[in-house]
Design a protein around this ligand. Structure first.
Ligand code: NAD
Length: 427
């Protein structure tokens, strides 16, 4: 992986730039730009055919000054240590920008669950937790789902942890199934959160979602619910780019007058990929995977993976685009960032835009601790309030300092985390 596409280098570059602008103490910079603890390990898994396959596992705890480290576990064949390091660092800023008492962490397994049976996946999840049982915990580090991991994976992990600890510890993992300690609204939380920030950022400019068009990349846990909320708010989703696991490539699905989100969701498989033939059956035009970027739309919503908008492809962004909602983590490279802003496109930065997931995970913990669960509308009202307040604060600081939203969000988060580190006397 070269530096230009290394998400950890990107995360550190973003941090260094804002730390410099804030004149942050050099010792604090040195401490905050690296992980606090890193775990890299192998997970031997007995496969159904009797062989044993070894998967690489990662868990990174970037910072826990404001509370236990918190962050998802991503399953991806191309998972790397540096990707997980970057995601862990972004989690620290994410928890801080929404002002919840959690730090930042992230995990991953280099695997492709699409090629594994349920039994193999269960053994891999349990093996992951056996390697980490002494380093995660409700008061230490709390995993959650991410790309290609699900509520079922979280429950296997919870069960393995509780078996090892010989007691119930529902707070060790979030994103559990509803009825097994999960929160209503968690499935929708990240995608809806993306929309709550968009609504607020537009409102502050005297604008709204109604009548706007959007083009998305990714139609998974985040993308689908962002699309649904966008539609509910009066927007029209014109195009969605998504992976097709049969062809092992991405396509952009498009329909004149707007996509039918329910019908498109019905064309998805268990790993949130879209079957191109099913999409054709519901009347979608099938375009190349990267066509979502050049689609005529007011809003672009990258909701797949990092490094999707770069200096190499940003010129294909359609002139109609006014806002990029970074629903994915790290979708825009630091080099592309200023060039996009120069096109007068507002970027709602990832760790603010997609903080709905961790906010709802925090709500899941609160409910679990009380052993009293809220109704879905109560969860979503609390989520909207938290996301809107965070977005307002970022937009107001950006206006005051005359800086992009990303820099303002970093300033708020870095200051909160640095204050906590300082008060603890670590630096
Ligand atoms: P997911 O596994 O549910 O869905 C990923 C989607 O992206 C799928 O629809 C897949 O087909 C599509 N995809 C993958 N590669 C693609 C490509 N090259 N081109 C087009 N589409 C592609 O994952 P998710 O949970 O929705 O996560 C998406 C992003 O959001 C990730 O960056 C993740 O870290 C971030 N995120 C997720 C959450 C959460 O709560 N799940 C929270 C915050 C941030």
């Amino acid at each position: 992986m070269n530096n230009a596409s290394n998400p950890y280098v990107n995360a550190q570059t973003q941090f260094d730039t804002v730390a410099e602008a804030m004149s942050l103490d050099m010792s604090m910079r040195e401490y905050l730009r690296v992980s606090a603890r890193e775990f890299v390990f192998s997970i031997p898994v007995k496969m159904d055919d009797g062989t044993t396959k070894t998967y690489m596992g990662f868990r990174i705890q970037h910072n826990n000054a404001r509370g236990p480290s918190k962050g998802g576990i991503r399953f991806h064949p191309d998972e790397t240590l540096d990707t997980v390091r970057a995601l862990a660092m972004w989690m620290t800023w994410k928890s801080a920008v929404v002002d919840i008492p959690l730090g930042g962490g992230k995990g991953g397994i280099a695997c492709d669950p699409r090629t594994m049976s349920m039994g193999e996946q269960e053994r891999m999840c349990r093996g992951y937790v056996r390697q980490l049982s002494s380093t995660i915990g409700p008061l230490i580090d709390i995993p959650a789902p991410d790309m290609m991991s699900s509520a079922q994976h979280m429950l296997w992990m919870l069960d393995e942890y509780e078996t090892i600890m010989r007691a119930h510890y529902p707070g060790v993992i979030t994103g559990k199934p509803v009825g097994m300690g999960g929160s209503l609204g968690r499935a929708e939380a990240t995608g809806y959160g993306v929309m709550y920030t968009l609504v607020e950022a537009l409102r502050l400019r005297g604008d709204s979602v109604k009548g706007k068009t959007a083009s998305l990349q990714g139609f998974g846990a985040v993308g689908e619910h962002a699309a649904r909320k966008f539609e509910e708010l009066g927007g029209i989703v014109t195009a969605v780019s998504c992976w097709d696991n049969n062809d092992k490539k991405a396509y952009t699905f498009k329909k004149k007058g707007g996509l039918d989100i329910n019908a498109l969701a019905a064309a998805k498989d268990a790993y949130r990929d879209i079957d191109k033939e099913k999409a054709r059956d519901i009347g979608c035009d099938i375009l190349p995977g990267d066509a979502w970027l050049s689609e005529e739309a007011d809003i672009l919503i990258p909701a797949a993976q990092e490094n999707e908008i770069t200096t190499k492809n940003l010129d294909s962004i359609n002139k109609s685009v006014r806002v990029i909602c970074e629903a994915a983590n790290g979708p825009t490279t630091p080099e592309a960032d200023p060039l996009i802003l120069a096109k007068d496109i507002m970027i709602i930065p990832d760790f603010l835009c997609n903080a709905g997931g961790v906010t709802c995970s925090y709500f899941e913990q609160v409910q679990g601790n009380m052993n009293y669960f809220w109704g879905k509308s109560e969860v979503l009202i609390k989520l909207e309030t938290a996301m809107t307040a965070a977005c307002t604060a970022v937009c107001e600081l950006a206006e005051e300092k005359k800086v992009p939203l990303r820099d303002a969000a970093y300033m708020i988060s870095i200051q909160r985390v640095a204050d906590a580190v300082k008060m603890r006397g670590w630096v």
